[in-house]
Structure formats: C-alpha cells, structure tokens
Write a new protein. Structure first.
Length: 135
C-alpha cells in the first residue's frame, strides 16, 4: 500500500509541476473562485491544444461549415455546441479533470455541478477567444 500511496503523491507533484504559472487574484475570494484560479485556469492553459484539436474534430465530424460563418455566429456555434451537446460536454470536462491531483479531484467530486459548470464556461471562453485556431 505504501508504494501505491507514493506513486499517487509522485503523480500529484508531476501534475502540478507541468502546469503553467498563471497570475491569480489574491485576496478574499471564495473557495470555488480560488479553485478556478489556482487549479482550473492553469490546467485549461496546459490542455489548450488538445481542447482545440477536440473541438476541430467535433466540427469536422458534424460537418459544420464553421469557417463560412461570421465571427458572431462562430462564437454562438461554440457556445451552443458545448452547452447543448451532452456528449461533447462529457468529453471536454474529463480533459480537464484528468489533470487534477487526488486532493483536487476530491474537491471536484464534492462540488461536481459547480466545478463542471465553471469548466464548461471557461472552455467556451477559451475557444471563442481563439477562433483562428479552429480553422
């Protein structure tokens, strides 16, 4: 059992070490915001390329004429696709949660609805701010 525990701790250290450093708000913020700033934002930045690749694949698979749309329609397509397509959402959220440490995963498990909602919102914003990368 000790070996297994050591491996989990090693995994946690490795995960934290590969995350990019992001300037986070300091001060009196609530735990969900703190988790978002200190944990989720760095993971989303780390996973950016795979998020983009996954959404590009989704667009191709669903034969969406994304590049032919105006910028506002592209942003709307991103939002509607992620919010309405449960399958897509259920593929995107684990791209982030799989990069959590054990303690962070425990927090996620206890606050699943709120954290998943935050992840979805952040993924939407990230994709909408990188429209050119989706071509």
């Amino acid at each position: 059992m000790t070996k297994c525990l050591g491996e989990m701790e090693e995994r946690d250290v490795l995960l934290k070490n590969i995350r990019p450093q992001i300037e986070a708000e300091i001060g009196n913020i609530n735990p969900p915001e703190q988790f978002q700033n200190e944990v989720l934002r760095p993971i989303l930045k780390l996973q950016n390329e795979i998020i983009l690749a996954h959404f590009k694949s989704y667009l191709k698979q669903h034969k969406m004429p994304f590049t032919a749309l105006k910028q506002s329609a592209q942003k709307e397509t991103i939002q509607n696709s992620i919010k309405r397509d449960l399958s897509l959402r259920n593929q995107l959220v684990p791209l982030i949660t799989s990069m959590l440490t054990v303690e962070e995963y425990k927090y996620f498990s206890s606050n699943r609805a709120d954290v998943a909602k935050r992840i979805v919102g952040m993924v939407i914003q990230r994709l909408q701010s990188q429209l050119q990368a989706l071509y």
